[in-house]
Design a protein around this ligand. Structure first.
Ligand code: ADP
Ligand code: MG
Ligand code: MG
Length: 210
């Protein structure tokens, strides 16, 4: 299958549902290394994104991601809003005006999301941020597509890689964001943004596999 408008809306809607269902877990991760608002921030931003689809139905998958990105920038407090928002807007722009995106185009869009978040946040892999989940996920997605995987299989590979990247954040010391203020005390916990990134990518796998 390709990523069409309906599937893109389903992705962001599923991500909103899954993040809301896991809001308490994201909050407690952020309470350990930050200020305990990541669950609420992401729930609010993604709810605004789904509300925007109802208000003004986007015509293309690219428009879905641009609209979601704008909502996240506008409605999500904290560092994560501008980062996810910019990333989603860049992903949407990479898809252009096409009515459907083939898996290879989705790989490019995910790469644009990663590049946008890196450019804005200036975090590298190993800094204990969402990049530690997103970077291996984007690479796994692209590798799967290069091997001929369909959209659902590529998204599953990405979500699995994100999950491994999330687990690998536990022993790391944060070098970016609020968690970096804790110094060595940030060691021993999952990064909240890497956890939400894993949920967002799992949501893509869910809606492209059903
Ligand atoms: P805040 O820290 O402002 O309260 P959130 O709690 O919503 O914002 O988001 C925290 C998450 O944002 C972190 O767990 C981390 O994954 C991510 N993050 C913070 N700073 C950066 C950065 N410079 N680059 C990439 N991700 C970052
Ligand atoms: Mg926070
Ligand atoms: Mg905050």
């Amino acid at each position: 299958m390709n990523l069409d408008t309906r599937t893109a809306v389903a992705w962001i809607t599923r991500a909103a549902d899954d993040v809301r269902a896991d809001e308490a877990r994201l909050t407690s991760l952020d309470a350990a290394v930050g200020d305990g608002d990541h669950g609420a921030n992401m729930t609010r931003g993604l709810a605004a994104a789904t509300a925007s689809f109802a208000e003004k139905p986007p015509a293309t998958p690219g428009a879905v991601l641009v609209a979601a990105g704008r909502s996240l920038v506008a409605k999500t407090g904290g560092a994560s809003g501008p980062l996810y928002g910019t990333g989603l807007r860049k992903a949407g722009k990479a898809l252009g005006e096409a009515e459907q995106a083939e898996p290879a185009a989705v790989a490019e869009a995910l790469q644009a999301m990663l590049d946008g978040i890196r450019e804005l946040g200036e975090a590298a892999e190993g800094d204990k941020t969402m990049i530690d989940a997103l970077a291996p996920a984007v690479a796994a997605f692209r590798d799967a597509v290069d091997d001929g995987a369909d959209l659902g299989a590529a998204a599953r590979a990405a979500a699995d890689a994100a999950e491994e990247g999330l687990a690998a954040t536990v022993p790391l010391q944060a070098r970016k964001g609020r968690a970096s203020y804790l110094g060595a005390r940030s060691v021993g916990h999952e990064d909240p943004g890497a956890a939400s990134t894993t949920l967002v990518l799992r949501a893509l796998a869910e809606v492209t596999t059903e």
